[in-house]
Ligand binder design. Structure first.
Ligand code: EPU
Length: 426
């Protein structure tokens, strides 16, 4: 079993370049299924979720070639083969195969998605959209079978603001007949990214990035070339890492506007954040000089739930008591006990973590239960005294491109070890 080891204490200094957004990549790759000629996606992050999606597309019959950060996908020979288990159960975003296959073939049989265990993650709003557009859905043996003899535009009001449902409905609607209107749509930058790709493929989409999106279906979409937006969650993680180590880091190739939630909170804590056109510089101090703040997650442009876990690590070292409330995933607190092993003083009450600033963190053996819990432990480990050993590295590898290389270049002492190799002395 692999572990990530960090000897904490070194202030991070230098420049880090942010990769393409994971949550865009895992929607853009299945979106390519809707085209009938090759699509090239640039600025692809090298993460496991992307590799899994590449394998799934190949299994469906696509020709796929990865050249550095560019992915060539020829979806011409894809067939609507049922994908009951295996890779589809390894990631959350496999649900986008439903919208994309429905749009192109009017049918899909897809196993229920996997992904991080963050408590209940229903997909009822995706289904509500597909049904409104004329699809029949049957659930059988852990898979959903969708078909539509006449896939047509419809008005769909989302009962909860959902990134996944907004994108999935947009995918199906791009090749449905007539006008689909998504009301109470999610406004995340990744939604605009998918709409941009679809528009370059020939779709007609208005309002992406607002809460009403209008999609006029077209009979055919063609390939194009598209570059993925920067990963705002990766960028936010490095901003927190800079702050918690009292470092000075410039985070490059980003869209600062996408980071307003985390920028505002760091500034409220008294941390210096300097915004440029395509970069942000975070200049930290000793963490116990930072003010405590309350954080409430919400749909974009609210504070991202995906940064809730990493900012909890930072707040565990600041002055006073902070309350972090997760309104998106109300039980996303599995990192808290692990941070406790490192000396953090955090109590979970309902959907909130109450964090009492501690004098310092100490290295410990901890386990990442999910991707962003892993990020929280990494940033905590960077600030802790001694060595932190993080198990569950596979979760972190799902979403952070070249994490060790990027952190090492900033001066962190971080390495991977294989427990089996070490225990046998090999
Ligand atoms: N929800 C429903 N019904 C639905 C869909 C969602 O009740 O049909 C609820 C969810 O349970 C949750 C809320 O609505 O409480 C928002 O869920 P959303 O659908 O927006 O989440 P998602 O699309 O499944 C994406 C990201 C997550 C990120 C959330 C929120 C991908 C692949 N995943 O998930 O990313 O936390 O949006 O921003 O895009 C991560 O990167 O670590 C991660 C978990």
């Amino acid at each position: 079993m692999e572990k990530l080891c960090i000897r904490g204490g070194a202030p991070l200094r230098g420049t880090v370049t942010i990769s393409g957004a994971k949550n865009s990549a895992v929607a853009l790759i299945p979106a390519s299924i809707l085209a009938e000629s090759p699509v090239i996606i640039d600025n692809l992050p090298h993460i496991n979720d992307v590799q899994i999606y590449i394998d799934i597309l190949q299994e469906l019959g696509a020709t796929v070639q990865l050249d550095g950060s560019s992915l060539y996908i020829d979806p011409t020979n894809i067939s609507p083969k049922p994908l009951l288990n295996g890779k589809v159960q390894m990631l959350r975003a496999s649900y986008y195969l439903m919208g994309a296959m429905l749009g192109r073939f009017r049918e899909a049989v897809i196993g229920l998605p996997g992904g991080c265990n963050l408590g209940p993650r229903p997909i009822d709003q995706h289904m509500k959209g597909f049904e409104a557009m004329g699809a029949t859905i049957e659930s059988q043996d852990g898979a959903l079978s969708l078909s539509a003899s006449h896939l047509h535009g419809e008005k769909v009001y989302l009962d909860v603001v959902s990134v996944g449902a907004t994108i999935n409905i947009m995918l199906a609607a791009a090749r449905a007949e007539g006008l689909t209107i998504i009301e109470n749509a999610a406004k995340e930058p990744e939604i605009i990214d998918v709409a941009t790709l679809l528009t370059s493929m020939g779709a007609t989409i208005k309002g992406a990035g607002t809460d009403i999106i209008r999609i006029t279906g077209v009979p055919k979409l063609l390939g194009c070339r598209h570059s993925i937006i920067p990963d705002r969650i990766e960028a936010g993680t490095y901003m927190i890492a800079a702050a918690i180590t009292g470092g000075d880091v410039t985070i490059e190739q980003i869209i600062p506007r996408h980071l307003e939630g985390i920028t505002a909170k760091l500034e409220e804590m008294g941390i210096q954040v300097i915004e440029e056109d395509e970069s942000i510089r975070v200049i930290g101090d000793r963490p116990h000089t930072y003010r405590s703040v309350d954080v409430r997650t919400g749909p974009y442009p609210g504070f991202a739930t995906d940064l809730q876990q990493p900012i909890t690590s930072l707040l565990s070292l600041s002055r006073g008591t902070s309350i972090v409330t997760d309104n998106i995933y109300t039980t996303r607190f599995r990192h808290v006990d692990e941070l406790g092993r490192m000396g953090a003083q955090i109590k979970v009450e309902g959907r909130s973590a109450i964090i009492k600033g501690a004098q310092g963190l100490k290295g410990a053996r901890v386990k990442a239960s999910d991707l962003r819990a892993g990020a929280a432990l990494v940033v905590a480990g960077l600030a802790a005294k001694g060595i932190t050993e993080i198990a569950g590295v596979e979760h972190i590898d799902r979403g952070y491109d070249m994490l060790e290389e990027k952190l090492k270049a900033l001066g962190a002492e971080i390495w991977r070890k294989d427990e089996r190799v070490n225990s046998h002395g090999a």
